[in-house]
Ligand binder design. Structure first.
Ligand code: SF4
Length: 483
């Protein structure tokens, strides 16, 4: 879990972003651009590995893509026709350079680079077994577990060994991997974390989100399917489905907050889903008010939907300063109390004497909500009604999203009425789980159960939390296969 800073939004943190391109003369430059478009998924570190026909080239660094990877010197050093890259917000493993991905290993068959978005829920148990068997780990990242499993797995080809390794892990993972003559894209059997396939001219590329294709002018082809391995070579793409079929459960929070609104997720526009959530929220929790104001930026599409459905005018009552990066975290003690004001400023002319509906995507600890509500009141708002575009977050995520422990989640320890008093609003309401499902165009429960992972709202974890709960990872794996 991360140390809190006065400038952190009170949000679940996106996990990581991955990108890969195979067979393009500007592979490194395109990978850097793709990672730049995915920067919202991880701001702590970034890295690229390329293959130039003779050797693999790597550059990894702490910091933002624009600050670390975009120089001519770096891009020119990443020679070759194929590259994969990663942006990171660490969810497992410390934030140190040796954990920055893509990770690289030299097997008997040649080099292998891998970048991972997600979290293996049995990584600790597998690692323990591997270490007892003599494996020596270089990092604390759970991704390295996959490398060691490939090294110790049987199989005629690297692809067979990769599949064998994947059959031994449990969790949420979207992977891109690169060898001297292949690129792989993999999604876990439930497809919890996203991965999409695109084409730039005649060249395949892979990314966590479609916004990474837009920046390149690449065409979005389709999602990599849950449980699918796409193997890309000079001869084209082969789809391998080595896992027993299970009902997919992609992360519903991608729609609510993680994905960029201009991306397409599970085939649907993220922006439209967020607007739909706002419309549902307006129907479920109407309020008599003068203005709908988003907590920018993430609350904006839902606020637009709330305004359109309710007929209450939408106004930018809070302005966000986009130049307060995550690096601005150690101010002098005497300005620490300014906190949220460095990032958000009230638009007094709009707020004064108004009854305001404040729309945000989620409340995690409640720390930022208190400050924002206070700021809106100080700017002269007569009433503040908060509407939240997700159900109460009452459980931690173990699938590659940085969440506080359950006891720190405000909704896990207070009723909605208690939260309203704690945050200082005149009323507080959340969209229901059914309302979110309606907004994504699905009934909440079809025969066989829900179609999304919604565990942070419901506690219904679709993949066994092997390390967290203890128990035998092999038994849990066979359980997963039977679902
Ligand atoms: Fe997404 Fe929540 Fe499931 Fe984590 S627990 S994968 S954030 S829906």
């Amino acid at each position: 879990m991360k140390r809190e800073t006065p400038f952190d939004d009170d949000k679940l943190r996106e996990e990581c972003g991955v990108f890969g391109i195979f067979g393009h003369e500007d592979s490194a430059a395109h990978t850097v651009l793709g990672l730049h478009a995915l920067q919202h998924r991880g701001q702590e570190a970034a890295g690229v590995v390329s293959y130039d026909g003779e050797r693999f080239n790597a550059y990894r660094s702490m910091g933002l893509v624009a600050d670390t990877l975009t120089s001519e010197h770096v891009v020119n050093s990443l020679k070759g026709m194929s590259a994969i890259g990663h942006v990171r917000y660490s969810t497992t493993g410390e934030t140190i350079l040796r954990n920055v991905q893509p990770l690289f290993a030299e097997f008997s068959s040649g080099g292998f680079a891998i970048a991972h978005n997600g979290n293996l829920t049995n990584a600790w148990q597998v690692r323990k077994r591997l270490v007892e068997g003599g494996s020596i780990f270089q990092s604390t990242s759970d991704t390295e577990t996959i490398i060691h499993l490939i090294a110790t797995s049987g199989g005629a080809s690297l692809t067979d060994r990769f599949i064998s390794a994947l059959r031994q892990v449990v969790g949420a993972y979207s992977l891109v991997a690169l060898t001297k003559d292949m690129m792989f894209g993999v999604r876990d059997p439930l497809g919890i974390r996203p991965l999409v396939l695109g084409k730039l001219d005649d060249v395949y590329c892979l990314a966590s989100e479609t916004c990474a294709f837009d920046i390149l002018g690449a065409e979005y082809i389709r999602d990599v399917e849950p449980g699918e391995i796409v193997q890309i070579t000079r001869d084209g793409l082969t789809s391998i489905k080595p896992f027993p079929r299970v009902r997919p459960r992609p992360c519903i929070f991608e729609y609510i907050y993680f994905a960029r609104p201009d991306s397409v997720s599970v085939g649907g526009s993220v922006y439209n889903v967020r607007k739909n959530i706002g419309k549902e929220l307006s129907r479920e929790a109407p309020v008599d008010a003068d203005l709908v104001v988003p907590v920018p930026d993430s609350g904006t599409p839902a606020a637009i939907g709330y305004s359109q459905e309710s007929g209450i005018p939408f106004e930018l009552g809070i302005i966000r300063n986009h130049y307060v990066g995550r690096t601005f975290i150690e101010p002098a003690d005497n300005i620490r109390h300014l906190g949220v004001k460095l990032k958000h400023n009230p638009n007094r002319a709009e707020l004064k004497d108004k009854r305001v509906v404040l729309v945000d995507d989620s409340i995690v600890r409640g720390t930022t909500s208190i400050k924002i509500v206070n700021m809106v009141r100080q700017a002269g708002a007569k009433e503040v009604h908060m509407r939240i575009a997700s159900p109460p977050t009452i459980h931690s995520c173990f699938y590659g999203v940085d969440t506080p422990e359950r006891e720190k989640l405000l909704a896990a320890k207070m009723t909605v009425e208690e939260m309203a008093r704690h945050i200082g609003v005149d009323s507080l309401a959340y969209i229901s789980m059914d309302g979110v499902y309606r907004a994504v165009g699905e009934a909440r429960r079809m025969a066989g159960g829900p179609q999304y992972c919604d565990a942070c709202f419901t506690g219904d974890y679709p993949v066994p939390l092997v390390d967290h709960e203890g128990g035998d990872s092999r038994a849990q794996l066979s359980l997963l296969a039977e679902r």
